[in-house]
Design a protein around this ligand. Structure first.
Ligand code: ADP
Ligand code: MG
Length: 390
């Protein structure tokens, strides 16, 4: 059970109250254009709630990794523009982050309007959690709202600083993420099935340990499957393996709750027009690399998911970005969409897969935070949530 955090209703708000809103507008950009605006639309419930109460909103976020320096390629300008379009009202972008000029702009902001600060990571103090930077930021609002679930696992200045000095609460998005993920840890309806894939086993072993206590079955796909297969004594050809995790995987297999692929899709070359073969998971030929779960495995996983009362899925089953290796991820995504139980998809790439394949509307909750969701499941709390309870 994750301890509750203060909600918007707890804030002392009046007409013209200035709200420092930490959002997660870390959207994928290509050539200055937003490829997917989910993180912006996801912030609208909190923003409209605050605007209905005639607050003024000073929104801030990080975007990419400009590493403490101003870099126009990471300007929040496209985000401010898109948010303005969604709200039907201009969202002015400050020239800096928490400098003298932004203070002036905040003072001129009218009640019921939104402005945005520049990329928090243009300032080295953000990631370094510099108290002086946190103080400058805090001066831009009377109250603080954190709706940046995707950044709640980082002890950065904009996440943990303001709650020390001003009334603070979780926005709707953050609150919903905590509610859903907390429910998964706290008496999930059984059978509770977890599907895990993606690249690195080592990133996810902590979460697997935490989940094994709660779930009935764990289905393994993605690149991490090959480390489990090696633990079973399989030959995996040129597939990705984390040798130093083999022993840990063996221990996890001994719980009897873990299913690994019985067949896989292999290739000699990772490209969109690559020739792919379908082989038994225990005997991948030398020179070939496993890039997706096979149809038999996908079918088994889909059947297990169909019978689940609760499903948590993190990490694609294969290199779904390339059509020849996307079938396993698609089959599992469809099974999750069709499942009548409570279904949650977390993880940046898995969420993208579910959306691109058109299944997002039939999943109960698509988490906006990958790392944050896994860390909350693993540790039961996050720095950003702890800060809000201060
Ligand atoms: P998420 O963001 O959902 O948590 P990860 O970041 O852990 O997921 O992993 C996503 C990536 O894993 C995808 O880019 C996908 O191409 C890759 N992947 C999946 N299966 C394999 C595989 N067998 N070999 C190499 N990469 C893989
Ligand atoms: Mg990822």
């Amino acid at each position: 059970m994750v301890d509750p955090v203060p909600q918007l209703e707890s804030l002392p708000l009046a007409k013209g109250t200035s709200v420092l809103l930490r959002a997660d507008f870390n959207v994928p950009l290509r050539d200055g254009k937003i490829e997917d605006d989910l993180r912006i639309t996801a912030s609208l419930p909190t923003i409209t709630w605050l605007l209905e109460r005639d607050c003024k909103i000073v929104a801030c976020s990080h975007l990419g990794r400009p590493k403490g320096k101003v870099d126009p390629a990471y300007s929040l300008a496209p985000v401010a523009q898109r948010l303005g379009e969604l709200l039907g009202a201009d969202v002015a972008l400050a020239t800096g982050v928490a400098d003298f000029a932004s203070i002036g702009q905040v003072q001129e902001l009218a009640a019921g309007r939104v402005m945005m600060l520049e990329n928090l990571r243009f300032e080295p103090g953000e990631e370094a959690n510099d108290p002086a930077f946190a103080t400058n930021l805090s001066e831009l609002g009377d109250v603080y709202v954190d709706d940046a679930f995707g950044a709640a696992h980082r002890a950065h200045a904009s996440i943990v600083g303001p709650p020390h000095v001003m009334p603070s609460a979780a926005g709707r998005l953050l609150a919903r993420e905590v509610e859903v993920l907390s429910a998964l840890l706290d008496r999930p309806e059984q059978p509770f099935v977890v599907v895990l894939g993606g690249v690195k086993v080592s990133d996810k072993l902590g979460v697997i340990d935490a989940l094994l206590d709660h779930c009935d079955q764990l289905l393994i796909g993605g690149a991490m499957a090959f480390t489990f297969l090696v633990a079973q004594g399989a030959s995996v050809g040129d597939s990705l393996v984390e040798e130093h995790q083999v022993k840990h995987c063996l221990r996890l297999l001994e719980t009897g709750k873990v299913l690994v692929p019985t067949d896989v899709v292999v290739t000699q070359e990772i490209s969109a027009d690559a020739a792919a073969r379908h082989v038994a998971a225990q005997a991948i030929p030398d020179g070939w690399k496993g890039v997706d779960i096979g149809p038999e495995t996908a079918g088994t996983y889909a059947d297990v998911v169909a019978g689940a009362a609760t499903v948590l899925w993190n990490g694609p089953m294969g290199i779904f970005e390339l059509a020849p290796f996307a079938a396993g991820t698609r089959t599992v995504a469809e099974a999750v969409a069709d499942c009548r139980g409570f279904t949650v998809v977390g993880g940046g790439d898995s969420a993208a897969a579910v959306r691109e394949m058109g299944f997002a509307g039939r999943v109960d909750h698509v988490s906006t935070g990958g790392g944050a969701a896994l860390e909350l499941i693993e540790l039961g709390d996050l720095p950003g949530l702890q800060a809000l309870r201060k």
